[in-house]
Design a protein around this ligand. Structure first.
Ligand SMILES: [Mg+2]
Length: 256
C-alpha cells in the first residue's frame, strides 16, 4: 500500500468534533509511509477550510491533501461544460467554489445549459421550480454528490442527493453526472492527485454505497468504519462487501 483515501464525515470527524482515535489512525497511516488524501462528499467547505479545520483538531493536513465533491464538480464543468451557462440549485457555499470553473451563472431558467444541484440548507419550492423549468427547457442536470442524507450531532439532515433527486424527480430526467464518491471522475481526480495506481490504495470510509463502492469499483483495498452511517445490520443487508470492517479509524493500523 502506498496511499490511503480517507473519508471525513463519519470517519475522521462528526459535526465539528474529531472522532475518538481518528488522529492516531491517520498518524498510523502516515507512519507506515502511506500518502493520505482526504476525500469528502461534503461540498460546503473548500479544501483550504477543511485543511485548517483538521489541523486545528490535531490532524495536520494541507489543502492539496483534501478533495471535495465541489472540487470534483468544478473539474467536471471545466471538462464537459466549458463556457456553459449554469443555473445553480445549490447553496452559496457550493456556488462560491464553482465560480473558479469556466462557466457563467444565470438566474433565468430558460437561459441555462446546465443545472448544478447540490447541498442547500435553504432549498425551497422556488428553487425546485427554477430547476424544473431549466430542465424541461432542455438543460442537463449535474449533481455535486449522491449523499441523500448526512449524519450530524442532532440527527440526520438532507444532503446534496436529496436536492439532486428532488429536481430530477420533478422534471422527470436523470442527471448526466453526479460527482463525488463513487463517481469515476472523482476516483480519477483522487488518483491523479496521489500519483498512485488504484491497486496500491486503501480506501477507508463509513458508507458502503459511496466510499466502499468507489474503492471496490476501482480495485482498491477497502475498509469500512462503524463510526458513521454503517452499522452491523446495514453491513449484513448490503451487497457491497468491504475487505475490512473496523470499529473506528483508530484500528486502521491492523489492516496495513
Ligand atoms: Mg462519511
Amino acid at each position: 500500500m502506498r496511499a490511503a483515501l480517507v473519508d471525513l464525515d463519519g470517519t475522521v470527524v462528526r459535526g465539528g468534533s474529531l472522532l475518538p482515535g481518528a488522529a492516531a489512525g491517520v498518524r498510523a497511516l502516515r507512519d507506515a509511509g502511506l500518502a493520505v488524501l482526504f476525500l469528502t462528499n461534503n461540498p460546503t467547505r473548500p479544501p483550504s477550510d477543511w485543511a485548517a479545520h483538521l489541523t486545528d483538531l490535531g490532524v495536520p493536513a494541507a489543502p492539496d491533501e483534501v478533495v471535495t465533491s465541489a472540487a470534483a464538480t468544478r473539474d467536471y464543468l471545466d471538462d464537459h461544460f466549458a463556457g456553459a451557462r449554469v443555473l445553480a440549485v445549490a447553496g452559496e457555499a457550493v456556488v462560491e467554489q464553482l465560480r473558479a470553473a469556466d462557466v457563467t451563472f444565470v438566474d433565468v431558467p430558460g437561459d441555462a445549459d446546465v443545472v448544478v444541484a447540490g447541498f442547500d440548507a435553504t432549498f425551497d419550492y422556488e428553487d425546485l421550480t427554477a430547476g424544473l423549468r431549466a430542465l424541461r427547457a432542455g438543460a442537463d442536470l449535474v449533481g455535486t454528490d449522491p449523499d441523500r442524507w448526512v449524519p450530524t450531532d442532532e440527527g440526520p439532515i438532507p444532503g446534496s442527493g436529496a436536492i439532486v433527486n428532488a429536481v430530477a424527480g420533478a422534471a422527470e430526467v436523470e442527471p448526466v453526472a453526479v460527482l463525488g464518491k463513487p463517481s469515476g471522475e472523482t476516483t480519477n481526480l483522487a488518483l491523479g492527485r496521489l500519483g498512485v495506481p488504484a491497486a496500491e490504495c486503501l480506501l477507508v470510509g463509513d458508507r458502503l454505497d459511496t466510499d466502499v463502492a468507489m474503492g471496490e469499483q476501482a480495485g482498491m483495498a477497502t475498509a469500512v468504519v462503524l463510526t458513521g452511517a454503517t452499522d452491523d445490520a446495514a453491513l449484513a443487508a448490503s451487497d457491497v462487501a468491504p475487505d475490512h470492517v473496523l470499529d473506528s479509524l483508530a484500528d486502521v493500523g491492523s489492516v496495513l
